[in-house]
Design a protein around this ligand. Sequence first.
Ligand SMILES: *[C@@H]1O[C@H](CO)[C@@H](O)[C@H](O)[C@H]1NC(C)=O
Length: 453
Amino acid sequence: MQALGVVAVILAVYCVNAKVYFREEFLDGDEWRSRWVNSKHKSDYGEWKLTAGDFYGDAEKDKGLQTSQDARFYATSARFEPFSNEGKSLVIQFTVKHEQKIDCGGGYVKVFPADLDQAAMHGESSYYIMFGPDICGYSTKKVHVIFNYKGKNHLIKKEIKCKDDELTHLYTLILNPDQTYEVKIDNEKVESGSLEDDWDFLPPKKIKDPEAKKPEDWDDRAKIDDPDDTKPEDWDKPENIPDPDAKKPEDWDEDMDGEWEPPMIPNPEYKGEWKPKQIDNPNYKGAWVHPEIDNPEYGADSNIYKFDSIGVLGLDLWQVKSGTIFDNFLITDDVKEAEDIAKETWGVTKEPEKKMKQEQDDLKRKEEEEKNKEQDTEGDDDDDEEDGNEEEEEDEEEESKDDVEEALSEMEKDESGHNSTWLGGVKCSEVGHVGVIGLSFALILVLMLPFCP
Ligand SMILES: *[C@@H]1O[C@H](CO)[C@@H](O)[C@H](O)[C@H]1NC(C)=O
């Protein structure tokens, strides 16, 4: 009985200890609008929509915030009672669903200090943590884990791949007071380690000794010329010689053509430049290794993980093709609690969601097959022309997709550029198309000029 009592007390303490700082599942219709503040920093931010999307596990529970306009920046945030994670774990968790087959766009959250001016939030607003998936083209498909330390943002040095399918996925970041971290996707660990190892927060522990210099007489040549090797006496031969087989042409006129000289040909006996044999250097000491010393700049810091006044969670991102749904936001100090809540929310709806998507895909495939069959039988009639047109249209669509892919990869290369410059890029390539057509017309007109009456 007593033992049971102790267990009960421990359980009670444990349960009371789990603290949920922020939880948002969008279960009360339009009320979210009173909790989330849209930034006014730009006038043309994209609109957020509350929806479960085209397929879902539960029509109500799966409602989340969806980006609804293509090629837009998005910026909204929600506030909670400020707290410090000192001496406690910090868990940041949410779900992301790129149901639109995303080409380029952020799927991450930013966690801000409580003093953030939400209405003025923008891309450069300073934050504590940025965490979550980011996709752009084929090559950027990663999970960002960025921490602000002493006013500077530090990116994780490891590459963590994110999900790039159309289903809802759960992203979890755990930050512990012992300065370790863990990243989970769909409640499974995908990366973990220590803050010091996986980010460059602190200067390196060791540096090259600035006092140490390679000794003057340090011989780091592994091979040297053989001093006993000498050039053979008969080595030097001219590179080119007069062709011995050449003969003065019969009709050569010395007065007119000058003195006849045979053409030069490469000398078969020419051996090139002489080089002595190479032998092992008896004085070779090996490569000189610069000795290292403790870096005087280095100072251990056991508070890298600590953020004093965590108070706002924000979505501040850019999306080319919109349709991403964010849901199930959670910030807590309890890893187990986060896991349990994940199981009760995402864990319950993910399978039915997958099934609904599967059914929709199957239906679409069947419809397409039917359509193709119809077209095949129609094709026997004499409306081939129409078919041809349709194919052309499809081709054009493919082409413009290529353009987008090209522009995307261009943008990735241009690290310094801003995302709005990418939009310019697309416009340019569209102008390019129109330009080519325009020029062609102009050319035809010019060519027709001579035929004008
Ligand atoms: C633009 O947005 C995409 C998607 O979030 C991101 O991957 C990329 O790094 C951004 N580019 C710039 C220049 O900020």
